[in-house]
Design a protein around this ligand. Structure first.
Ligand code: CU
Length: 146
């Protein structure tokens, strides 16, 4: 079952990659990466979102068949300690970029349900208010790679 599921994921990724080129006047994602953590430790998703439309877009969450739970989080320091908090939605104004990057915003990828390894591609679907969901193929990388 696992090999089947893996080939399914890879197949879907290949399909998306071949059709996923965004138009200049649309919403685009660049450099999507998943920093894979071992065992039950949550992994983190990073990417840059570009709003090429002429109106504000609102990112309201993400989901993936490979993870039971996906949240948007923001990292911060408080009294010298690292904290993170859930972010329910993110507005990106027309023409603007918004970046999910280490030490800042990340997708918190919990309850992994597929066997992932470094070098794999995994589909995470970004969800917007009032727009179609956007499946994105993320490259799985090692924590040491970022
Ligand atoms: Cu987090």
């Amino acid at each position: 079952m696992y090999p089947f599921f893996r080939s399914l994921l890879v197949g879907v990724s290949a399909l998306l990659l071949s059709t996923g080129l965004a138009f200049a006047s649309d919403v685009a994602v660049s450099n999507p990466k998943v920093r894979l953590m071992p065992g039950d430790i949550p992994s983190a998703g990073y990417f840059k979102l570009h709003n090429g439309t002429n109106e504000t877009i609102k990112l309201v969450g993400a989901r993936s068949d490979a993870f039971g739970m996906v949240h948007m989080h923001m990292s911060m320091k408080k009294d010298g300690m690292a904290h993170m908090k859930a972010v329910p939605e993110i507005d990106v104004a027309a023409g603007e970029d918004f970046e999910f990057a280490p030490s800042g915003y990340h997708l918190m990828l919990m309850k992994r349900s597929a066997p992932l390894k470094v070098g794999d591609d995994v589909v995470i679907t970004l969800e917007f208010e009032g727009r179609d969901p956007m499946p994105v193929s993320f490259k799985v990388v090692s924590p040491a790679a970022m």
